[in-house]
Design a protein around this ligand. Structure first.
Ligand code: GAL
Length: 654
């Protein structure tokens, strides 16, 4: 059974409401109530004085109604007294100055003083609640980012991390190529964190920035493990996770979740769909990405429950069917728990217009009825949580690629994520499951491995991809691959794609970062596609030409190639294309690999499959604001906007 959760903040409501709220949640079909994140000032109103009486009572109320609790550690928002008494617990910004306190998330997760206080509050909670039957799981902090803090503690920690990594300043200067612009460091104390003058952030040394991001990621992972260990001290079996999101400074998610029980995500798909048919708005990619963190099904700790309004102007209301459809989309991509955000819109505080399921008037509105109906529907699919997605296609992701390509933009319209998403969208649009996995993961079991913009060469990858292709698999590589070594510096004396040259059977003669301008390519079958962002001008070394450029001085030059390699193939995609290009390419590749796929699905219809225990559920999601119709064999399928149809292995529609 898919577990249903609900975010509830007892401290936001009069106690007189708790009992009735719990009764209504249980009646609606909620199993898990998520609480206590952000409630530090209620648990520790002043330094060292703890008050858990209210939380005990809230947990009791929930348990009396047959539900369990996901308990959040409150460390995202430290109490005001802590910042006041210990200003060193505040993060510092890129200007090196402490950030203003007044919203949330201001704590420095590296600061030893903050760690001391965080340890104490988490330990108090763990001592009191860990191992109790009412507690189903723990959530650490909230939406952790890669730490970019520049406080004195972070500066010292960064220097220590570099010392450990490089040993000597000589090695560090060599790795960073610090001879450029007299950047050589002659004392560890001279090293500063990323203090970018805002006017020219692009002027920093990319190798230095890569290390700064890796350091930040290591702090975030360390912080997660620090809290996990406190909880596990009191309950070694505790289920511990943290809720992640796509934030400004992405952490290294794979390392962050490696030591946790399950991956968890806050899922807020767009409530207004863009008009541009090329826009990549679907959350399908994000869900495939989260599933890849542990190569397992995952949880949604915050699922869109109403229109946003935490930041004004407020978002428009959700269309009928949208909330249920998006929740089912998460299930279709591997969510085993749907935790809605939040039970009711708060009447106070910054998020008073961030809408929960219920409005301030507390009546059972359209959103409530839609989600209630969804929960009844899910009850008719009781074995769904025993199933998983099996994927013939893997897309490789690396935190290093994200760091490097974000910190040194390749051209005006170039983004690492775009290429990952284009391939993901092509697969779900062909009804084929796709995993997004970390680039060091084994490739066994896949038929196709897509490696978009593998900019920083992961040293083991060229050989592993060659072995994969030799054994009959298909590899797809793209522009900006093989550009830099692990230090973040350009590879010398080798044409691109350097380490992947033999596999691809082509080289990049020249490239043209065309930015927002457009070019076109024509494929061997005569189909013509727009491309943008980047154009590699390819010279073949054994590969065949799959598509050529149409315009400018390189009209006729190879843009996409296909190489036979052992029993398999390697495609190289020199440009960033429109959606139709990826669908055509993937259809050809899947056909060659004998992987069945659906052709003719309308744009925006996403099909995935979960299987387990001899059962199969096939999900057909209309992720558009208009009705669609298509043929499935002999049958015509019609879907309303945001409708999810589910078909069993027997062909029944649920
Ligand atoms: C999430 C956050 C929640 C709440 C929500 C509002 O990102 O974790 O605490 O702020 O957004 O939509």
């Amino acid at each position: 059974m898919i577990a249903i959760g609900m975010a509830y903040y007892p401290e936001h409501w009069d106690r007189a409401l708790w009992e009735e709220d719990a009764r209504r949640m249980a009646k609606m079909g909620v199993h898990l109530v998520r609480m206590a994140e952000f409630a530090w000032s209620r648990m520790e109103p002043e330094d060292g004085r703890f008050d858990f009486g209210w939380l005990d009572d809230a947990i009791d109320v929930v348990a009396r109604h047959g539900m369990r609790v996901i308990l959040g550690t409150p460390t995202n928002s430290a109490p005001v007294w802590l910042y006041h008494d210990h200003p060193e617990t505040r993060q510092c910004g890129r200007d090196g100055r402490p950030v203003d306190v007044g919203i949330r998330g201001h704590r420095c997760i590296v600061s030893p003083t903050f760690r001391r206080y965080a340890e104490r509050i988490v330990e108090e909670m763990a001592r009191r609640y860990a191992g109790r039957p009412e507690i189903a799981a723990w959530q650490i902090d909230n939406e952790l980012e890669n730490s970019h803090c520049t406080c004195p503690a972070c500066r010292a920690a960064f220097r220590g991390w570099l010392r450990e990594k490089y040993g000597t300043l000589d090695a560090l200067n060599r790795a960073w190529g610090s001879a450029v612009w007299s950047g050589e460091i002659s004392d560890w104390e001279q090293i500063e964190p990323l203090l970018a003058p805002d006017c020219m952030p692009d002027w920093h040394n990319p190798a230095f920035m890569l290390d700064f991001e890796r350091f930040g990621a290591s702090r975030t992972t360390d912080y997660v493990l620090f809290q996990r260990d406190i909880i596990r001290r009191y309950d070694p079996q505790a289920v511990v996770t943290t809720n992640c999101c796509f934030c400004q400074h992405l952490p290294d998610f794979h390392s962050e979740f490696a030591g946790l029980s399950v991956a968890a995500y806050d899922n807020y798909p767009p409530t207004v769909l863009p008009d541009d048919p090329q826009a990549l708005y679907s959350n399908a990619f994000a869900l495939d990405f989260i599933r890849g963190f542990k190569r397992q099904n995952f949880w949604i700790l915050e699922q869109l429950g109403g229109p946003g309004g935490c930041w004004s102007p407020f978002g428009p209301t959700t269309e009928p069917g949208m909330l249920a459809g998006y929740a089912m989309q998460a299930v279709a991509h591997g969510a085993d728990l749907l935790g809605f955000f939040r039970w009711r819109s708060c009447c106070t505080g910054a998020e008073m217009m961030g809408h929960g399921i219920l409005d301030h008037d507390d009546r059972e509105n359209r959103r409530f009825r839609e989600i209630e109906a969804l929960l009844r529907r899910l009850e008719r699919m009781p074995e769904l949580d025993k199933s998983a997605l099996r994927s013939p296609v893997a897309i490789l992701y690396g935190a290093d690629q994200e760091f490097a390509l974000k910190n040194q933009r390749q051209s005006a319209k170039y983004a690492y994520w775009t290429q990952l998403r284009l391939f993901d969208e092509a697969c779900t649009g062909l009804g084929v499951n796709v995993d997004v996995i970390e680039e060091r993961e084994p490739l066994d079991g896949y038929r196709v491995v897509v490696v978009p913009a593998h900019h920083i060469i992961e040293p083991t990858l060229p050989e592993r991809l060659e072995a994969f292709a030799r054994a009959g698999g298909t590899v797809v590589l793209t522009n900006r691959s093989g550009v830099k070594d692990k230090t973040g510096n350009c590879v010398f004396g080798e044409p691109l794609p350097t380490a992947f040259r033999a596999l691809c059977g082509c080289i990049v003669e020249e490239y043209d970062p065309i930015g927002e301008r457009r070019q076109h390519v024509t494929a061997g079958d005569g189909a013509r596609y727009a491309v943008t962002g980047w154009c590699d001008l390819l010279a073949t070394e054994g590969a065949r030409v799959w598509a050529r450029y149409d315009e400018r001085f390189y009209a006729g030059t190879a843009a996409i190639t296909k190489n036979d390699f052992g029993a398999g193939h390697a495609y190289y995609l020199g440009a960033v294309g429109e959606k139709a290009l990826y669908r055509a390419l993937m259809a050809e590749i899947l056909g060659e690999q004998g992987v069945p796929f659906l052709s003719g699905l309308p744009q925006g219809v996403e099909v995935t499959t979960r299987e387990g225990g001899g059962k199969r559920w096939r999900f057909f999601f209309n992720n558009t604001a208009g009705g669609v119709r298509f043929l499935l064999g002999e049958e015509t399928v019609a879907l309303r906007p945001f409708e999810m149809a589910v078909q069993t292995e027997k062909g029944e529609w649920l």
